[in-house]
Design a protein. Structure first.
Length: 628
């Protein structure tokens, strides 16, 4: 990196890290810094060692790992340009709390502890700026893994018929909204002298490439490297020096291993540091479709073809549709919008009213997840069909009471309800929206990434389902214990996810690319005091039930409501944490709507829309709208 570019970038990063300091203090900090370069896989610090410096990332990408009790590393955070690393140890004098490893060649500056302490004496505001950063980090500790914005993104074709340069141009145009972008191909790299002739010193080529990329990073927020259609030295360089690798494949192609993957990704040696798993760039599968393509099929085969090296995520993209490219850009800029839909029986119809309000305000949802009825509504949103059609199909599918097929021999079955009507309603809605063959569709086949939560009865755990038979996964997520039959999936019995996580905001927070989380909770938060000491007998309750509602003395939930609500009590106890993790929280007033009021479809949808409109009209929400 040229000294002028290096100085300009460093000044910008210091201003951001130590915001509000005068020029003299910033110059004082700059004089105390030492430049540090790391190769991909090299550790910056090791968990448990003494902390003797803090670091500021200038270019590149790093990952932080924490060892569990068994000694296995768990990734807790990704860090890109501008990240301050290791400052907590300087304040506490405690050992490093994590191991930090370079994902790719990275450049940082180091501030030793003695210089740091001297700086605090001369410029207390520098310490205050760092303290603000620490406090901000502690506030988000309840959130799962944070994925830093990928500055250098490689587009690697892995099937025939992929026009990588065209996709790069389209992605660059969409990314312009989020920052300055440049697109680089092999011809430009050769012209810049980055890719040397065959037989040249590899170390010299790596040095030139690192300097060149640092220059590009200094001038741009996003650098798109367009790899060749076949393995080459340029493609290898693109993959080694990327923050993320976008694997480009035509969705209709045979899901076979491509020469580019074998030559540029599979041959890369693992890290020899022994401190963390292979620290390579995450690989994202982009399945490319024509603009008029029907609903995707066969995604599972693409995701299963590399069991030893699975992709980190996948997206279905129709490059000719600007809104698909805008969605990809938001996700790659870490500004994607995730929508979380809670379970709640018939109250879940209100989620469709929420979607109406979001659509009316121009808010695009990039990823959706939910539990139980919220999971079903999430899948309908994931089909990316016109909202009017989704409403019409859902209304028709649930016209018949889906929980009305009682099991007359419950002692010989695992549920009071047979579940055939619910399955028929669900399969009918999916076929109407996805076309023939919907029964064989997978969750991964939806246009928008979708997940549901189920309770694994066999393993006593919460299961996140993002790749599973679609109909089975949705039925499993809604299989209320004792009310609906459990579902067999992968050799385990699965039932309603509400027992563990009825409002899975935390799982959405961990999704790659999601920067804003909208949550729709269906919990009723007004406890009703009981005005009597003992439950009366059956005949007394029957006589009381025959009175007008306002004159009843014993206001008790029905057996069905009692069982349904008891199933999600643990999830309800986690509601406050889930609400705090939402950027925008919706909780429509549905106190007068029962969990089994299936016949009130239009009223529930309307209530959901009216509440969402009120939330979206608030001043705080209006201020957020440009980021959505």
């Amino acid at each position: 990196m040229h000294e002028r570019s290096k100085s300009r970038l460093l000044e910008s990063l210091l201003t951001e890290a130590f915001g509000g300091l005068d020029a003299e203090t910033l110059d004082l900090i700059r004089q105390q810094l030492q430049w540090v370069t790391l190769e991909a896989g090299q550790p910056l610090m090791v968990q448990g060692e003494r902390g003797d410096a803090l670091f500021l990332s200038v270019s590149g990408r790093l990952r932080a790992y924490v060892r569990d009790e068994a000694g296995a590393p768990r990734m807790v955070r990704e860090m890109g340009r501008g990240a301050v690393i290791g400052e907590i140890s300087l304040y506490t004098d405690e050992p490093r709390t994590a191991t930090v490893v370079a994902v790719r060649d990275s450049v940082l500056v180091r501030l030793d502890k003695q210089a740091f302490l001297a700086l605090l004496e001369r410029a207390p505001r520098a310490g205050l700026a760092l303290t603000r950063q620490i406090v901000g980090r502690l506030r988000t500790e309840h959130r799962p893994v944070m994925h830093a914005v990928p500055v250098v993104q490689t587009l690697l074709p892995i099937s025939e018929g992929v026009d990588a340069p065209d996709l790069a141009r389209r992605l660059a145009a969409a990314l312009q909204r989020h920052g300055k972008v440049c697109v680089v191909d092999a011809a430009q790299a050769f012209q810049a002298g980055v890719v040397l002739e065959e037989g040249a010193d590899p170390a010299e080529q790596r040095r030139r490439a690192s300097l060149w990329l640092s220059e590009l990073e200094a001038e741009h927020d996003f650098v798109l490297l367009v790899a060749d259609a076949a393995p080459s030295r340029w493609s290898q360089l693109c993959c080694r020096d990327a923050d993320e690798v976008l694997l480009l494949a035509r969705a209709e192609a045979e899901p076979a291993l491509h020469a580019n993957e074998q030559g540029c990704l599979m041959q890369a040696p693992p890290s020899d540091s022994g401190l963390a798993p292979r620290p390579e760039a995450a690989e994202i599968l982009l399945l490319l479709h024509d603009a008029q393509s029907p609903s995707p099929r066969g995604t599972a085969a693409w995701l299963k073809r590399r069991p030893q090296r699975p992709v980190a995520d996948h997206f279905h993209i129709r490059p000719e549709l600007p809104r698909d490219m805008a969605r990809l850009a938001r996700l790659q800029a870490r500004r994607g919008v995730g929508l979380v839909l809670a379970g709640g029986g018939a109250r879940g119809f209100s989620h469709l009213g929420l979607m109406q309000a979001l659509h009316a305000h121009g808010v695009e949802v990039d990823c959706v997840g939910g539990t139980s009825m919220g999971g079903m509504m999430a899948a309908l949103v994931g089909t990316d069909q016109p909202l009017d059609r989704v409403l019409s199909v859902t209304r028709a599918a649930f016209r018949e009471n889906p929980t009305g097929d009682l099991n007359w021999l419950p002692f010989f079955a695992p549920a009071l309800i047979k579940g055939r009507r619910l399955r028929r309603a669900l399969d009918g809605a999916l076929e109407a929206l996805l076309g023939q063959g919907a029964a064989q569709a997978d969750l991964a086949d939806l246009w928008k990434n979708t997940f549901v939560v189920a309770t694994n009865y066999s393993q006593a755990r919460e299961d996140l389902l993002a790749q599973a038979p679609l109909s089975k996964a949705l039925r499993a997520s809604a299989a209320i214990p004792g009310a609906l039959p459990p579902v067999v999936l992968g050799g385990d019995l699965l039932c309603d996810g509400g027992a563990f996580n009825n409002f899975p905001v935390n799982l959405m927070r961990s999704r790659r690319g999601i920067g804003v989380v909208l949550g729709a909770d269906l919990s009723v938060h007004k406890p009703r005091p009981i005005a009597f000491d003992e439950l009366p007998g059956t005949w007394t309750l029957l006589r009381d039930r025959l009175r007008p509602r306002k004159q009843r003395r014993y206001k008790l939930p029905s057996l069905a409501t009692y069982l349904l609500n008891a199933n999600i009590l643990y999830s309800v106890s986690r509601r406050h944490d889930a609400q705090a993790a939402c950027d925008l929280y919706f909780n429509p007033p549905l106190e007068r709507v029962g969990l089994l009021d299936w016949q009130q479809f239009d009223r529930i949808v309307q209530q959901g829309r009216e509440h969402a409109e009120a939330v979206l009209a608030q001043a705080r929400t209006q201020a957020m709208m440009p980021t959505l």
